[in-house]
Design a protein around this ligand. Structure first.
Ligand SMILES: [Zn+2]
Length: 285
């Protein structure tokens, strides 16, 4: 009722000439609107959804998923269009997170830039990963509850960033789990392999799983990739082994997630590591 009233107010306030007020309910999602979030929800039959200037993939029965990037602004807008073409824009406040920022002073200036040959390779590889994440498939694996791909000490978190002598470095977008080379990595939910690369310049052994409607997982620095492009995998299935390939300082799994080009926080989808570890113990693993 309240959301209906707000829709009316929005239509009046925005000076729209529509006479009839669209009978469109405010979409609700399964988790908090915060930076890095993955949000899953359902629309009424026949409705279309627009977010960040794009039409959001919606399944036949109305299921959708959205992602909010690391620096997402304070307000998100969802536009819902019904079968008759009437539309309502709903706004949602987005919680701004505080990331782990480290300032390091007095470091020798970095003068090492990749040589032109490496640069060509880097560009080619980043185009490959971008293409893999652009795929819009009708899969709905994103509706399952996510599991950690492996258990272990978390050695890096989403969003963290270092400044060297006041110069910002690229933020860290994954969650890192430190485990020895060869530790098995399992699929967090079902998916289809969109990229299986043995050795990329920065990320080494790299695997991208498509979980449907724009949501994907990327696993980096793998010593072994055990699946092939186009292969479907089930939750819990072994897909790779931990490594330190590419530009990594030691063996760990770096798990990243994207909703198209929005980089989201995998840790918001899984239970706390301590909980997952004690559950595994109880299960006798
Ligand atoms: Zn990492």
């Amino acid at each position: 009722m309240l959301s209906r009233l707000m829709s009316v107010l929005f239509l009046l306030g925005s000076g729209t000439s529509a006479v009839a007020v669209a009978d469109i309910a405010r979409p609700s999602v399964d988790s908090d609107w915060q930076q890095g979030a993955v949000l899953r929800g359902q629309l009424a039959k026949g409705e279309k959804l627009y977010f960040l200037e794009r039409e959001v993939p919606v399944s036949e029965d109305g299921h959708f998923v959205l992602g909010l990037g690391r620096d997402f602004p304070e307000t998100a807008r969802l536009k819902v269009v019904d079968e008759t073409g009437q539309s309502v824009v709903f706004t949602y406040p987005v919680k701004q997170r505080k990331y782990n920022i480290q300032k390091v002073e007095g470091v020798p200036a970095r003068t090492v830039n990749p040589d032109p040959k490496d640069l060509q390779r880097i560009r080619r590889e980043s185009a490959q990963t971008a293409a893999a994440r652009k795929v819009i498939s009708e899969r709905q694996d994103f509706r399952q509850s996510f599991q950690w791909p492996l258990l272990g000490r978390i050695s890096g978190v989403y969003g963290s960033q270092r400044y060297y002598n006041g110069e910002p470095r690229r933020p860290h977008f994954g969650v890192d789990v430190a485990r020895p080379t060869g530790t098995p990595v399992a699929a967090p939910v079902d998916g289809i392999v969109r990229l299986a690369h043995k050795d990329m310049f920065y990320s080494g052994g790299t695997l991208i799983l498509d979980h449907g409607q724009g949501l994907s997982s990327t696993f980096l620095h793998l010593s072994k990739v055990l699946v092939e492009e186009g292969q479907e995998v089930k939750q819990g299935e072994l897909i790779a082994e931990v490594g330190a390939t590419g530009r990594a300082t030691g063996p760990h799994l770096d798990w990243r997630m994207n909703w198209f080009d929005q980089r989201v926080d995998p840790q918001l989808l899984v239970p706390p590591m301590s909980e997952a570890e004690s559950q595994a113990k109880t299960a006798g693993q």
